[in-house]
Design a protein around this ligand. Structure first.
Ligand code: SF4
Length: 175
């Protein structure tokens, strides 16, 4: 086992304490830097840094950054969700480490959806029903995996289906 445990630190973003979501930093008991390129190969990171090593994933619409001694997760509903994601990630880290001799480590990142391809399928009325000020902002959140087509209420069935098909080509992890 590479990672034995972690200690959670939960906080609200300082920039906007009224904001409903929480952030979490998990301080790791062990240094996991050697597993990071293997984890990137297995889970399809959307951003990878070689030195110091770190990788980013989108899981359940949350952004997760994995560093050698800590894991950061943004936009969480509550502490329970943080625990669920961290327990899942600890299992993935340890399983990947066990199987590393069968895995080709990777420093390349998975292809991301293109913002303009998403935007062109949206109504482009900037109505704000999704909670975002413009369709452009909503599109940028969709390409990061932070919003889904269902969260644009005025989106018609045909374009909703096209957007789902377009997004299905890319790696968004749901646990
Ligand atoms: S609900 Fe849809 S149409 Fe309205 S601003 Fe959001 S993305 Fe644009």
């Amino acid at each position: 086992m590479l990672l034995n445990g972690f200690k959670k630190e939960i906080f609200r973003p300082k920039v906007n304490p009224q904001f409903e979501s929480l952030h979490c930093i998990a301080h790791l008991e062990n240094d996991i830097q050697e597993v990071i390129p293997y984890l990137n190969a297995v889970l399809g990171g959307t951003s990878f840094q070689k030195s110091p090593p770190s990788v980013m994933f989108h899981v359940n619409g949350r952004l997760i950054a994995v560093h050698p001694k800590k894991i950061a997760i943004n936009a969480l509903r509550d502490e329970e969700e943080a625990e669920k994601i961290l327990q899942w990630l600890m299992r993935e880290i340890n399983e990947t480490w066990e199987k590393r001799h069968d895995i080709e480590p990777s420093e390349s990142i998975a292809e991301k959806p293109k913002l303009m391809e998403v935007l062109k399928l949206l109504p482009k009325t900037n109505c704000g029903e999704c909670g975002q000020p413009t369709c452009m902002v909503f599109s940028s959140m969709v390409v990061q995996g932070l919003k889904a087509p269902e969260q644009c209420p005025p989106l018609g069935d045909e374009n909703r289906q096209s957007l789902k098909e377009y997004l299905s080509q890319f790696t968004f992890i749901d646990i």
